[in-house]
Design a protein around this ligand. Structure first.
Ligand code: SF4
Length: 247
C-alpha cells in the first residue's frame, strides 16, 4: 500500500510502474516465505478521497520485469534511451531545465497561438490535452529563473525588482488597544467556515447541530479528459434536447 499525502494529482494504481516496483520489492522479501500467486497494490490518497486498487498475477509482474523494466533499466544505466515527457515531469528533479520538456511544450508553437476560431476542433482538442503541462512547465521556468536571479544570476534583458506589497500593522495588539481606546470596535465578526466550525464542535456535534443547514453547491464546470471518473455534467444543451424529446 502506498500512502500519498499530495492532493494535486489523483494517482491510480492501475498498471502503475511505481506500484509494480514496490510489489517487486515485496516479492523479493516475501516470495520465499509465502505462496504468492497474485499481488494487490493499493494507493491510499485521503486528501483526494481516493483508494485505488490494482491486482496482478505474479507471472504477469515478472513478464513486465523481463519485457519492459529490464530493457529500460539497461538503457538508462548505459546513459541511452529516450526522454519521455508526460504528467510525471512535474515530479522530476530536472523539470525546469530539461531540454526534452522544453521542446515538447514548444511544439505547441506550431499553432502560432492563434485564437480558437482560427483553429479546427481537432487543433483545439490537441492543445487542450497538453495545456496543463504547458502551464506547469511555464511556471517551473518562471520559478527557476527567479530563484537563480535571487541567487545572483543575471539573465540578459531581465532584472530583479521589488514586487507590489500591501501596508500592514507593525503590532496588531497595540492597534486593537488603540482603536478600542478611541471608542471603536477593531474586530470583524464572522461566522466560522465549515472546516473551522467542525474542528470547534467536533464532527458528531456538528452533524447534530448544523446538519440541516449545510448544502453542497454545484461545482464550477471543469473540462476534463473523458477518462476522468466523475460523471459528465448536464449542460443547458442536454436539458434542452431532453425537453424537446419529451414534447
Ligand atoms: S522533465 Fe525531462 S528528464 Fe524529467 S521526466 Fe520529463 S522528460 Fe524525463
Amino acid at each position: 500500500m502506498d500512502y500519498k499525502h499530495g492532493k494535486g494529482v489523483q494517482v491510480e494504481a492501475d498498471n502503475n510502474p511505481q506500484m509494480m516496483l514496490y510489489a517487486l520489492g515485496a516479492l523479493e522479501i516475501f516470495d520465499g516465505i509465502y505462496d504468492i500467486d497474485s499481488l494487490s497494490m493499493i494507493i491510499y490518497q485521503p486528501r483526494r478521497s481516493n483508494v485505488s486498487t490494482f491486482t496482478m498475477a505474479k507471472v504477469d509482474l515478472y513478464q513486465w520485469v523481463e519485457e519492459t523494466l529490464k530493457p529500460a533499466a539497461e538503457l538508462s544505466y548505459a546513459g541511452e534511451g529516450d526522454f519521455k515527457c508526460g504528467d510525471w515531469c512535474q515530479f522530476c528533479k530536472v523539470k525546469q531545465d530539461c531540454r526534452k520538456r522544453a521542446e515538447y511544450n514548444m511544439e505547441l508553437a506550431k499553432f502560432d497561438f492563434q485564437l480558437p476560431p482560427l483553429l479546427t476542433d481537432e487543433d483545439v482538442e490537441e492543445i487542450l490535452g497538453r495545456i496543463d503541462g504547458l502551464v506547469s512547465w511555464a511556471n517551473d521556468i518562471k520559478e527557476y529563473t527567479l530563484q537563480a536571479a535571487v541567487g545572483g544570476k543575471e539573465w540578459h534583458g531581465w532584472k530583479l525588482v521589488e514586487g507590489r506589497s500591501n501596508r500592514k500593522y507593525t503590532d496588531e495588539n497595540v492597534v486593537a488597544a488603540t482603536v478600542t481606546a478611541a471608542g471603536f470596535d477593531p474586530y470583524e465578526h464572522k461566522v466560522l467556515g465549515v472546516t473551522a466550525m467542525t474542528s470547534l464542535l467536533g464532527k458528531k456535534r456538528f452533524e447534530e447541530v448544523l446538519g440541516g443547514y449545510i448544502e453542497k453547491p454545484q461545482g464550477k464546470p471543469t473540462l476534463v479528459p473523458e477518462s476522468d471518473k466523475r460523471p459528465a455534467m448536464n449542460t443547458a444543451k442536454n436539458d434542452f434536447n431532453e425537453f424537446e424529446e419529451d414534447k
